[in-house]
Design a protein around this ligand. Structure first.
Ligand code: G3P
Ligand code: CA
Length: 330
């Protein structure tokens, strides 16, 4: 009888622990990293429409200014690793042999063909098993064009998919006499993205700029501080004074692998204590590094480490994984 009672108490405690663990898990968001970029050339409107159809929560826009101050959706300040600029405008490169978005007007940029990412020195495609280089007909586009696509699709489908714009290299823009942030904030405001309730998350690697956006420019948007280097994570408390979340490289969450299981740094725990959401980048099924499968990566970071969302080139796979566990934020 005594042993039965003991057994019952143990069972109850185990159940409680499991329930607590489940309750602790937050519902997660899927962010289409540069669109459904594993399947179509990154940051094309086609890749964004495909991501939309995959029922992600947010679609990402990296932003750089054109010569005539149009915010262009492109990952880098350079054009030569995703377009045919080198053959269309061979004389427009700078001394460093690179072609810069900021040296071209919107109309000129529109004449370029966009392709799958490649190394401009060797011509080699970055992810060889993705969409074939130079196939198809893709163009660059502005932030306004992309917002109109997403808002239009939201209207026609009844979905509420958000945008996740990134201010790219604000210091470079300032040196060139441009203010990317003010242009982007104006466009967001014009299209109704004003507060944390407006389905827009604004991100930046430059901590001074993101803090300025909150403190000086008084933005009420949901702000995410991107983290590139491990040491920056030491400033978490300061980030929490102006940001609502962090976007670390996923490796900053992993500590080591012991007997087939990953252990974690304190980053997620400390961020959650400061009420910061954690959206690590980048989940790629074709670049697994320390993981033996994509499923292991998803299980490890989304479930075991309990992050709040994932930037992914494979939105369909992450949506499917989270839906199966009833962990996808609706
Ligand atoms: O912005 C999150 C993630 O996209 C950061 O990496 O270099 O792809 O912009 P990157
Ligand atoms: Ca980005």
């Amino acid at each position: 009888m005594k042993y039965n009672l003991l057994f019952l108490i143990c069972l109850l405690l185990t159940c409680c622990k499991q329930t607590q663990k489940k309750e602790k898990l937050s519902k997660k968001i899927v962010i289409a990293h540069r669109g459904a970029s594993a399947y179509l050339p990154e940051h094309t409107l086609e890749a964004k429409a495909m991501a939309f159809a995959m029922n992600v929560n947010f679609i990402e826009q990296d932003l750089v200014l054109s010569k005539d101050d149009v915010p262009i959706v492109i990952h880098d300040i350079y054009l030569d690793d995703v377009t045919d600029v080198a053959t269309k405008f061979p004389n427009r490169k700078r001394k460093d042999n690179r072609f810069y978005v900021i040296d071209f007007t919107y109309q000129e940029l529109k004449t370029l063909q966009v392709t799958e990412r490649f190394n401009p020195k060797t011509g080699k495609q970055f992810y060889p098993d993705r969409f074939p280089k130079w196939k198809g007909s893709f163009k660059l586009h502005s932030l306004q064009e992309e917002i109109e696509l997403i808002q239009g699709l939201n209207a026609s489908t009844g979905k509420k998919i958000g945008i996740y714009p990134e201010i790219k290299e604000p210091k470079f823009h300032q040196k060139e006499g441009k203010n990317l942030t003010s242009v982007v904030l104006k466009v967001l405001d014009d299209y109704g993205y004003k507060t944390k309730n407006d389905n827009c998350i604004l991100q930046c690697f430059d901590a001074n700029e993101l803090e300025r956006i909150r403190v000086e420019l008084k933005s009420e948007l949901f702000l995410v501080q991107l983290i590139e280097h491990k040491e920056e994570a030491k400033q978490l408390k300061h980030f929490a004074t102006y940001a609502d979340g962090i976007g670390p490289w996923y490796k900053q969450i992993l500590l080591e692998k012991v007997e087939g299981k990953f252990t974690f740094t304190n980053l997620v725990k400390e961020a959650h204590e400061l009420e910061l959401k954690v959206h690590p980048y980048t989940f790629r099924a074709d670049a697994l590094a320390e993981f033996s499968s994509f499923n292991e990566m998803l299980e490890t970071l989304l479930i075991d480490a309990n992050v709040d969302g994932a930037f992914t080139d494979f939105p369909d796979k992450v949506v499917h994984f989270l839906k199966n566990r009833n962990q996808l934020k609706e």
